[in-house]
Write a protein that binds this ligand. Sequence first.
Ligand code: PLP
Length: 379
Amino acid sequence: MRKNYLLTPGPTPLPPQVCGAMARPIIHHRTPQFQAELKEAEEGLKYVFQTVNDVYMFASSGTGAMEAAVVNLLSPGDTVVTVEAGKFGERWTDICKAYGIICEVIRVPWGQAVNPADIAAKIEASGNKVKAVFTTLCETSTGVTHDIRAIGSVVKDTPAVLVVDAISGLGAIPLATDAWSCDVVVSGSQKGLMLPPGLGFISVSAKAWKLAGNSKCPRYYFDLTKAKKALEKNDTAYTPAITLIIALNEALRIMKQDTMEKVFARHKKMADAVRAAVAAMGLKLLAADASSDVVTAVKLPDGIDGEKLVKTMRDTYGVTIAGGQDALKGKLVRIAHMGYIEEFDIIAGISCLEKVLAQMGYGFILGAGVKAAEEVFLK
Ligand SMILES: *Cc1c(COP(=O)(O)O)cnc(C)c1O
């Protein structure tokens, strides 16, 4: 027998209500029954995105929604700013380059947050030629939360639109799309929204629609104008991911019942517990100053093989966490506490981390991490 715990930054565990919804017989999408589901999903998404604008859904992973942002806003030869503070910030540059868009890249060391003033300076230095600024709410590869509110306040008075990859942060940490002047926010289903992968989401402001009007990038499936036209009739342009949208309503119901304030407070508590636990074990965070409440990136001591650690936790004990990417491969573990995660999931995860680190010869007081986490949960 094996019981599995999933503490990765996507996919995340599924609530039983979500699993139950996906076991129901499928319905047809051009029906009043599905239209009611779509309407409910739209309303729930607006609540989670904290926007009055429409949120469009694609049958894709989150990266599909990222590509939709690029191809609908821009034309080949346009200039944009991308913030590269990790693997997912780099993805914005990669997608833009694939469409012949010129990227003014702001490189931030992995583990740090971007300084909003650097974004303002780049826009100004371009003579306001920059059409869009591409950022990340939570840089999942480093566990850093960027200050999107502050970035929004510097971008809002420029001609540029602000695009935010909130794939791993939405529904886990605060993001006030409208109040923070985020023009385009993209997300995906398999992170804070507690669903399987397969849905990409994108919200679009009036300022972004204006820019979209001049966009000449080639596109077909990811055409937002088609998505908008369909949604005006409470419909979708192509066959939607029917089952996932019905399951989305179950997840949204859970979030609405809790309220976003409580959802954010729970994520903060889980993150506080993990941070306290790893500190008590003598381990350091990669993002000392801006560690997110979504995923905690923990530096491993010299001599501990991170790949082996992750593999042993998963294959021997059924606890899946993530390792480091690129230059941080083998040197880092990332413990996610996003979505359907409660305190005893965290205790199990920390306990397993302690067990395998002890087996690998790392010297620390066994139980120190679990004790520190429990103390956070007792508060
Ligand atoms: C997971 C993730 C992505 C990629 O999403 P896919 O669903 O795998 O396409 C992009 N950005 C961030 C910040 C993520 O966490």
